[in-house]
Design a protein around this ligand. Structure first.
Ligand SMILES: Cc1cc2nc3c(=O)[nH]c(=O)nc-3n(C[C@H](O)[C@H](O)[C@H](O)COP(=O)(O)OP(=O)(O)OC[C@H]3O[C@@H](n4cnc5c(N)ncnc54)[C@H](O)[C@@H]3O)c2cc1C
Length: 543
C-alpha cells in the first residue's frame, strides 16, 4: 500500500455550522481509510458547537425562537454515521418532566441546545477514526492567503496554519472582533447598568435578549401571572430602543404549523417559475412574486376568519368563489378587511397616529390565540415561502433589481413578522414596557434625554465577518454583481464556492450558513440540512 494521501481542511468558525462540517468530515475520514485527514477548527470560544447563540453559560431565560419540535438532528446523525448518539430529546429529557406533545411545544433555553451541540462534537471526535487528526486553534482567523502548497490561514497572534481546503462558517461573526455584539451575554450580566438610560439600536431577537438580561438577569422578577415586574434596583432606569422602522417583532405562541395549514396556490406558481421559465428570463419580485404572497396571505386570513363564523373555506376553492365569499362576509360583518401593507408596515398605513405601546398589546393578544387568529394565520405564510424564495435565489431566477429590493425592504419585513420571539419572552418585553423600563420613542431626533450608554443589538451586517477575514486576492468582497449576487456579500456560486477576483469559481473555499448569504435566504439556520453546501463539497474532496 502506498503512502496515504493527506487532506488538510480549515474550518473557520466553530458554531453549529462549523460543527456540522466537522462531523461530515469525520464520517468521510472513517469511510475512506486510504486518506489521512487533518482538520483545524478556528474558534475563539472555549467550546465547539455553541456559536453565538447557544453558549451554555447563559441563563435559561434566553430561549430558542423555535419550539423543541423543530430541534431534530436525527437524520443528520444517520447521515454522519452517529445514529447511536442521543437525540436532542433524549439528551435533555431529564430537564423536562412532561409528555411528548408538551415537550414538542416547549421552547428550550438556548443553553440546553449549546450543551447538546457540544456533546455531538465531543462524541463525534471521540468516535472518529485514527486517520483523522483534529486541531483546535482558539483564536480568530483574520487572513487567508494563497501559499505554495495551498492556503495559509493566519490568526490574530500571527499563528499560521497551512491547509488545502477551507470552509467558512463564520456565522454572525465573532464577539472578539465585533465587540458591539452583546454575546456572550455575560458581558451584559457583568456590566453595571443600574439607573442608566440605555439607547439601544435594533429591535430584533437580540434586543429582547438584552431587555431580559438587563432586568431578570439583574435579579428582577417578572410576575407573569399578575403582569407585574418586581424590581431589583439593579436594572437600567430606561431602555430606549430604535430601529429603521421602530417596529417590534411579532411573537409566536407556537412554531408548529397545524397539519391542515399548507400552501394554497403559491407552491405550484413558484414551481412553475422554477421549472418552466427559461434561464435567460428572470422574474420580478415586485410584479410576480409579491402578488402571489399577498394572495396566499389573504387566503389564509379569510380561511381562519370565516372559520370563526362557521364557514369552511376549502383549499380547492376557485378565486372567483373566494372573492364572493369574502365580499358576502364583509357585507354581513363589520370586521377589518385584510390589508397586506397594514400587516407589514402598520406604522405607515394607519390613519391614526401609530403608537408602539398599543401595537405591542395588539401583537400580544393576536399571538396568544395561536393559529386560531386570522392575523397569525396570514403571517405564518411567510414561514413556508422562505424555502421558495431561497430556491428563487439559488437558481438566480429573480432579476437584480428584485434582489436589491428584497434585501432592502422585504427580507427584514418578513423576518419581523414571521421569525419573532416566543410569546413568554415577548410578554416580558410588554411588562417591562408597561413598567416604564422600555420607552418607545420614535422621534429620537427630538428626544432630549441624554443617554448614559449605547448598545447595538442589530443582527450583524452581512459583510461583517469579512472585516476581519481579509480574503487576500481570493474573493471579491462586494459590488460586482454577476448572476444575481448580492451587494455586501461574498461573491459565490450557487453551490457555495467563492469566486476569485476574475470571478472564476474557487471550489477550494466554501461558504456555509450566513457567509453564503449571496445565494440563500436562511432563517432556520440551526438546521444541518437547509442549504447544506458541505456534503457535496466534501464528497468531491474525498474522491
Ligand atoms: C437571539 C437568537 C436566537 C436564535 N434562535 C434561533 C432558533 O431558535 N433557531 C434557529 O434555527 N436559529 C436561531 N438563531 C440563529 C442562530 O444564530 C443559528 O441557529 C446558528 O447560530 C447559526 O450557526 P452558525 O454556525 O452559522 O453561526 P454562529 O452561531 O454565528 O457561529 C459562528 C462561529 O464562528 C466564530 N467566528 C466568527 N468569525 C470567526 C473568525 N474570523 N475566526 C474564527 N472564528 C470565527 C464565532 O465565534 C462563532 O462561534 C438565533 C440567533 C439569535 C441571535
Amino acid at each position: 500500500m502506498g503512502p496515504r494521501r493527506l487532506i488538510r481542511i480549515g474550518i473557520i468558525g466553530g458554531g453549529p455550522k462549523g460543527l456540522f462540517t466537522y462531523l461530515r468530515i469525520a464520517h468521510l475520514a472513517k469511510k475512506n481509510p486510504s486518506f489521512r485527514v487533518r482538520v483545524t477548527i478556528f474558534e475563539p470560544q472555549n467550546k465547539i458547537g455553541w456559536g453565538i447563540a447557544y453558549n451554555t453559560k447563559q441563563p435559561a431565560f434566553l430561549l430558542m425562537n423555535y419550539c423543541n419540535f423543530h430541534i431534530n438532528f436525527n437524520d443528520f446523525l444517520i447521515e454522519v454515521g452517529l445514529a447511536s448518539l442521543k437525540s436532542y430529546k433524549d439528551y435533555i429529557q431529564s430537564k423536562y418532566n412532561c409528555s411528548v406533545p408538551e415537550f414538542n411545544r416547549a421552547f428550550s433555553p438556548r443553553s440546553y441546545v449549546g450543551e447538546y451541540l457540544n456533546y455531538l462534537f465531543e462524541e463525534g471526535m471521540r468516535l472518529s477514526s485514527e486517520n483523522l487528526q483534529t486541531d483546535m486553534v482558539k483564536e480568530v482567523a483574520n487572513e487567508i492567503k494563497t501559499s505554495e502548497t495551498g492556503y495559509a490561514i493566519s490568526t490574530v497572534s500571527k499563528k499560521i496554519i497551512n491547509v488545502d481546503k477551507i470552509c467558512l462558517t463564520t456565522g454572525h461573526g465573532s464577539s472578539i472582533n465585533q465587540p458591539a455584539l452583546i454575546y456572550p451575554i455575560s458581558k451584559i450580566l457583568n456590566t453595571d447598568l443600574s439607573g442608566k438610560i440605555v439607547r439601544c439600536k435594533g429591535i430584533g431577537l437580540t434586543f429582547i435578549d438584552f431587555v431580559i438580561a438587563s432586568t431578570e438577569g439583574k435579579g428582577g422578577i417578572y410576575d407573569l401571572k399578575n403582569d407585574n415586574y418586581i424590581s431589583s434596583g439593579k436594572e437600567p432606569k430606561m431602555i430606549v430602543p430604535y430601529s429603521r422602522t421602530n417596529l417590534p417583532m411579532m411573537p409566536r405562541l407556537s412554531t408548529i404549523l397545524p397539519h391542515d395549514f399548507y400552501p394554497w396556490k403559491i407552491g405550484n406558481a413558484i414551481n412553475y417559475i422554477l421549472t418552466e421559465i427559461k434561464s435567460d428570463s428572470q422574474v420580478s419580485f415586485l410584479d410576480e412574486i409579491l402578488p402571489l404572497i399577498q394572495d396566499e396571505m389573504r387566503f389564509h386570513y379569510y380561511r381562519a376568519l370565516l372559520k370563526d363564523y362557521g364557514k369552511i373555506i376549502p383549499y380547492s376553492i376557485s378565486e372567483d368563489h373566494l372573492e364572493s365569499e369574502i365580499s358576502n362576509f364583509h357585507k354581513a360583518h363589520d370586521v377589518t378587511a385584510f390589508s397586506f401593507y397594514d400587516l407589514l408596515f402598520p406604522h405607515l398605513t394607519n390613519n391614526k397616529k401609530f403608537i408602539v405601546e398599543e401595537y405591542l398589546e395588539e401583537l400580544f393578544s393576536h399571538a396568544s390565540m395561536g393559529f386560531s387568529s386570522h392575523f397569525v394565520s396570514a403571517i405564518s405564510v411567510i414561514r413556508y415561502i422562505g424555502p421558495m424564495i431561497n430556491d428563487l435565489l439559488l437558481t438566480s431566477s429573480m432579476d437584480q433589481k428584485s434582489i436589491d429590493e428584497f434585501d432592502r425592504v422585504w427580507k427584514s419585513a418578513f423576518q419581523r413578522i414571521a421569525y419573532g420571539p416566543p410569546l413568554i419572552n415577548f410578554k416580558k418585553l410588554l411588562i417591562a414596557t408597561r413598567a416604564g423600563l422600555v420607552s418607545w420613542k420614535s422621534d429620537l431626533e427630538n428626544y432630549d434625554v441624554s443617554f448614559d450608554c449605547r448598545i447595538t443589538t442589530t443582527a450583524c451586517k452581512n459583510d461583517m465577518p469579512y472585516e476581519s477575514l481579509i480574503l487576500n486576492k481570493l474573493a471579491i468582497s462586494s459590488g460586482t454583481n454577476i448572476d444575481a449576487s448580492r451587494v455586501n456579500y461574498l461573491e459565490i456560486d450557487n453551490k457555495g464556492h467563492i469566486r476569485n477576483d476574475n470571478l472564476s469559481i474557487n471550489d477550494d473555499i466554501l461558504t456555509y450558513g450566513i457567509p453564503a448569504g449571496a445565494k440563500t435566504y436562511n432563517n432556520d439556520t440551526l438546521s444541518p440540512s437547509y442549504n447544506n453546501f458541505t456534503s457535496n463539497w466534501l464528497k468531491k474532496i474525498f474522491k
